[in-house]
Design a protein around this ligand. Sequence first.
Ligand code: BV8
Ligand code: ZN
Length: 263
Amino acid sequence: MDIPSELIQLLRKKPRTAVLTGAGISAESGIPTFREAQTGLWARYQPEDLATPAAFERSPRLVWEWYAWRRELVAKASPNAGHYALAALESRLDEYCLITQNVDGLHARAGSRCVLELHGSLQRVKCSRCHAATDGEDIPDWQTIAAAHPEEIPPRCPSCGAALRPDVVWFGESLPGAAFQAAWQAAETCQMFLSIGTSALVQPAASLPLIALQQGAVVVEINPSATPLTPQVTYSLMGPSGAVLPDLVNQAFPAVAGTSLQN
Ligand code: BV8
Ligand code: ZN
């Protein structure tokens, strides 16, 4: 894609940069986004009907299995050129912060170092009652618990016996304070903000690019379709992030021979 030359020049000046990604950046890794019809088994559910505390209350087994299906999908998926391009961009800039709404962990697997997970992670589970979390020592190995009691879905917390649940933020739940604080701060102080692969509909993440715009940052949207943000951004690069991001990074930082990012 031909990137506007003034945007390339700007990036070469190494601005303080914040990036917000959504499900779209993982689409080219084969992970369905939310607003496309859920493929296969889940065609008849809306994500908003599965990703809520009420849904888990009502049908814990169904919700647990939806996340188990997504965990499987992610385990078989690999980061795509868009994820790698963001990791390369981070290594070229001095002040950079990646904020993601995704729970698939692909940014870290692509080598991104500073990743703020606003909506948690598919790989972690926590107790629905005592909040013992698996990344602590409380529930060191929930897979062992699940394997020992395959009949119990969701598996039970070893501390209090309540159902374990995915450690993700559901609709109606508040975001992890520290991560959201840092993301808000990054939006308020950045000189450039990239909004990539997000429909810009879910709050409060969708407010971050608006904060950046209000404080005078250059805001770039990368998305094959228009979103409510498109009319307000400084640059709208209409295309798949797996192609646009490598072009953006390669044109701004022409690679040392042989290391250029492949689309
Ligand atoms: C909260 C984790 C309050 C779980 C997720 C009315 C008005 C405004 C707000 C609300 C309202 N009613 C309720 C709310 C609040 C609600 C909300 O925003 N609802 C929406 C539906 C209106 N928000 C919440 O509930 C949040 N919490 O507000 O708490 C509170 C405050 C204090 C104390 C207590 C409570 C929590 C929201 C987090 C929900 N959890 N995920 C899971 O993953 O299962 S949200 C989930 O959906 C994602 O994380 C993501 O955030 C969102 C989906 O958005 P996207 O990532 O953008 O994905 P989407 O499919 O929508 O779009 C994909 C895009 O990619 C498209 O634009 C497409 O064109 C593009 N694309 C496709 N291919 C490519 C591509 N782009 C680039 N390259 C490609 N190849
Ligand atoms: Zn517990």
